[in-house]
Ligand binder design. Sequence first.
Ligand code: GLA
Length: 388
Amino acid sequence: MRPSVVEEFVHVYSPGSHEIRSFFAPGRVNLIGEHIDYNGGLVMPAALTQGITATCRPRSDRLVRLRSREDTLSIEIDLDRPITPDPARGWGNYPAGVVSELLLRGINLNGADVLFTTTLPQGAGLSSSAAMEVLTAFSLLTLAGAPTSDLKAIALLGQKVENQFIGVNCGIMDQFAVALGKKDCALLLNCESQEYHYVPVALDSHVLVIMDTAWQRRLTDSKYNERRAQCDAVLRLLGEDAPRDGLVHASWDQVLFHVSDPTLRRRARHVISEQTRVEQASQVLASGNLAAFGRLLTASHTSLREDYEVTGPHLDTIVDAALHATGCLGARMTGAGFGGCAIALVEQEAVPDFTASVRSAYLRETRLEPAFYETHAADGAHETTEEE
Ligand code: GLA
């Protein structure tokens, strides 16, 4: 039998007298509202049952040591020395950035040994980086005896680290979902005002299937930043007509009037139309119209493929295969795109046939073995007593 995380922790770090505590932060899936969080839009992510656990024990000195069960990297951070990004630190840059930010804010951190374990596929677009950021902040704040009840502040801290320490200009959606997710609910988040409420995800006899293309997101960071820059360029061209609360609030007529570049026009069309789809999705979900919800998912994918151009052949192939399979009401890529995962809304009873048919079509086209996960909306970051 596989040893428990605590047993593994003791094996890695040796026995000690301080109490060992575990914390969990989930990954996230975005139901709809893609690439509009940084345009002041409405998004509808949900936290997953899959996520990262940090098993931690305070140390009596000023060292934070980090290991992962899934990786051989061993990272040491001295709380008394400057902390800067370091490519050799790999995934350790996420927790290092968080430690640095907490120190800058005057939090009196303790040294600690930390062992991460994960059930989230890496690089699959399910926000393992946001989970790592939120988890590190939540765990180290707790160990320092500092409050963790302001989960929104923890989410914003994670985003700041991602923007400034990691250098990816992401929006707020992922960290929000990871910190504030709620069982059986999606989060309807207004990214401009940062107000949110929970929308029950009642899928009746249907489930959401996550389809991992096994094609790691590549070039994501540079393409991601490029898309953001294109949205900013549209805003500049709109001049006086530019809405103050984000590109999602521009009208298509204004875009046609001010923007002549066809690429920029398409980017803007995605942003404006996606906002409308999110509004419609929250209505049809509330009224239980799953067929309409499925159609909106598919329309979102088409817009991301044609207008925003962030899908790529792997995501397009798997979504296409899903739409041709039995019992599927709709499918789309989720997250930043260019690879990673897509989601499909599938009739529960049809799931075995569905996955078999998508697998064979996708394998034939790409020669890659996809993975499938049935998922349920779950709680955000929290301390845990048992292994999750
Ligand atoms: C990534 C970013 C998010 C969001 C999505 C696209 O996941 O981290 O902020 O922009 O891409 O919707």
